[in-house]
Design a binder for this molecule. Sequence first.
Ligand code: DOR
Ligand code: ZN
Length: 351
Amino acid sequence: MNTHTTRLTLTRPDDWHLHLRDGAALRSVLPDTARRFARAIIMPNLRPPVVTTAQAADYRARILTALPDALTGQFEPLMTLYLTDTTTPDEITRARESGIVQAIKLYPAGATTHSDAGVTDMTRCGAALAQMEKLDLPLLVHGEVTDPTVDIFDREKIFIDRVLIPLQQRFPGLRIVFEHITTREAVEFVQSSPGRIAATITPHHLMLNRNALFAGGLRPHHYCLPVLKREVHRQALIQAATSGHARFFLGTDSAPHPVSGKESACGCAGIYSAHAAIEFYAEVFEQAGKLDRLEAFASVHGADFYGLPRNTTTISLIRQNWPLPQQLAFGEETLIPLGAGQEAHWKLVED
Ligand code: DOR
Ligand code: ZN
């Protein structure tokens, strides 16, 4: 990678955790990702969820159709299936053999947006997990317990002990991605685990701590799950992302919701960051004095963990201040993106 004070060129990155939605909403948000990333792991939490390989193939075709002409052929959606209590080993086999499904997503039932069809008890999906281990199809986990007696800020930490460690013991060969980690405990767990486990880290968990939820008033656009944590956890995430450790990589969890869904008495969880995702990460890495490690985090570690080829094209960013949009079109509605109205300090340039 070529680092320079004003221009940064890196292997085109991939987003290993992305929500694209469907229909008009999909058409609104997809170009933001496709301009920056070569590939993205597409979350299956549509309504109804993507639970079969056939549904994943249809969704993939809708994504490719939604790409504007200028980006056609430049972006590859990597599909996932939504694990349920009734996912069969045969469905796992079909997914693996399809060549288009790269992973299976575990949402504990009730943990987050559109997770009601998720797994109610890990003992119910043992046969599917065993087949994934056998066929080496990775499991992506939303790592939060849903026990209502557990404090919301502790749900990830407790998930490690109650779910993740037993899961690794039961399926030691299973490749696992601990998605959107938010705590020092998760960082330490991934760093010290002898198992085949990696973690994605979002831009918002690197940029914000939980004070951002209450800065001068309630801030629904900073609400996501797992919820933002204390500063000590944000610092641990920055350390992990910029450490060069191969089992931490980029996953934005960009999760668009219409402004009406966020600014509500019961607002939805999700932060939209796709409009400036790699720019946000560049700023975090620069502030940490580790810009030279951005490429490995954004463009190398994820591909290697998934066993996919690294990209061969590049993108360039220049050091330039530009105003982040106040709002963006989202189908018939609008959304408020991360950093709305603030300045970004890196700008994507077309090569
Ligand atoms: O904040 C979140 N939003 N967390 C998730 O796990 C799901 C996502 C969404 O789909 O909106
Ligand atoms: Zn997500």
